[in-house]
Design a protein around this ligand. Structure first.
Ligand code: ZN
Ligand code: ZN
Ligand code: ZN
Length: 370
């Protein structure tokens, strides 16, 4: 082979007339690229039909990539498509989802039938809100009707919530109503005048002030939720979302009793911490490696703790006092960091940084703060 043929590419890369092959799945002729499986090459038309089933999720290794199982899947898929087509052949008189009037022409189509304009615009709204990642034509009537029913229910619940203007416990403003002007709304949001509230199980909105009164019994919890691909995401679960207004009123009474008990037990102190975990605090480790700091994660069971307060850690008769150097408020035991604050109140979680060795403190301990 000469210099020039090397330079301009070898002969075998020249375009050959396309070879015609027969797909062992559908029996049709095909040219160009096919899909290699273990015992042959199939046409891309066949492969595209079943690709999702074979590539995603169902089989991690490609041990099923043989002609026979693919052929079975292609046949099943073709049967499904034929059934959808047959179901679609005739446009119904009334919308199969809402029973409404079908449009005269340009009827919106789903996988196995037709829907009315009303249902179509509901779907459009869901799509705009990112509530669906599937196209309309990929929905069956059954799937779409479930989706729309759920959206209707949600919309009704939101409507009910929006109408409520006052906290049913203290009467504070919890209205989400606009001021009526864009500028007014912007000003309100900058001044943080938009009321904050917690939505209870029965869709009642209670103001944050009222919610905080029962945090001792109904804390915000932190959990890690699996979101796929080996990834986890931190989520905050407000346990108040699971009780009704009637139960909230009961909780207000229960928290008084609980408070009285704690008062009798720990009356003479600023606060009480229930320890979740103890670890070295590395925040200042790089700038000052000789100064070791430790952090105690826990929940404030009683009272309020502030920077500068002394934690009493007593064990087996010997006690030591540790000064609270820094404080962060978090919404759960195991969060890595939280909001820097000067004090953390009852029912809330905190990360407490001290400069003394915390080896005498264990998870589950109850620490007194004075
Ligand atoms: Zn084929
Ligand atoms: Zn409809
Ligand atoms: Zn209130």
């Amino acid at each position: 082979m000469g210099f020039f043929s090397n330079l301009f590419g070898s002969k075998k890369e020249e375009k050959k007339p396309e070879e015609k092959r027969i797909c062992p799945v559908c029996g049709n002729n095909f040219t160009g690229r096919g899909m290699d499986v273990h015992d042959g090459v199939i046409c891309l038309d066949c492969w595209e039909l079943v690709m999702d089933d074979f590539e995603m999720g169902r089989m991690d290794d490609d041990k099923e990539l043989y002609i026979a199982p693919i052929k079975a899947a292609v046949l099943a898929k073709k049967g499904e498509l034929a059934a959808d087509k047959a179901a679609k052949a005739k446009k119904p008189e009334a919308c199969p989802i809402c029973g409404g009037k079908m449009p005269g022409f340009l009827t919106p189509e789903v996988k196995d039938g037709y829907i009315c304009d009303e249902c179509f615009s509901k779907f459009n709204r869901l799509e705009e809100d990112g509530e669906t990642d599937k196209a309309l034509e990929d929905y069956t009537l059954k799937e779409l009707s479930t989706l729309i029913a759920r959206a209707d229910k949600q919309a009704a619940a939101n409507e009910q919530r929006k109408e409520q203007d006052a906290c049913p416990v203290c009467g504070a403003n919890v209205s989400e109503k606009s001021t009526g002007s864009l500028w007014g709304d912007i000003k309100r949001s900058v001044n943080e005048e938009i009321p904050t509230f917690v939505v209870l199980k029965d869709n009642q909105k209670i103001c944050t002030g009222c919610a905080e009164k029962v945090r001792l019994l109904y804390p915000i919890q932190y959990a890690r939720k699996y979101v796929g691909d080996g990834e986890y995401e931190g989520v905050h679960i407000d346990t108040l979302n699971n009780i009704t207004l009637a139960e909230f009123h009961k909780a207000l009474e229960e928290v008084k009793v609980k408070h009285q008990q704690l008062e009798e037990q720990y009356g003479g102190c600023e606060g009480v911490i229930s320890v979740g975990s103890v670890a070295r605090d590395f925040v200042n480790a790089r700038t000052n490696p000789n100064k070791k700091e430790y952090c105690i994660r826990g929940k404030i069971l009683f009272g309020k703790i502030s920077t500068g307060d002394l934690i009493h850690a007593g064990r087996d008769g010997s006690g030591s006092a540790m000064r609270i150097e820094r404080l962060q408020q978090t919404t759960g035991f195991e969060e890595y960091s939280g909001k820097k604050v000067d004090s953390v109140g009852e029912g809330y979680h905190a990360i407490v940084t001290v400069s003394e060795d915390t080896s005498c403190i264990y998870p589950g301990d109850t620490l007194i703060v004075v």
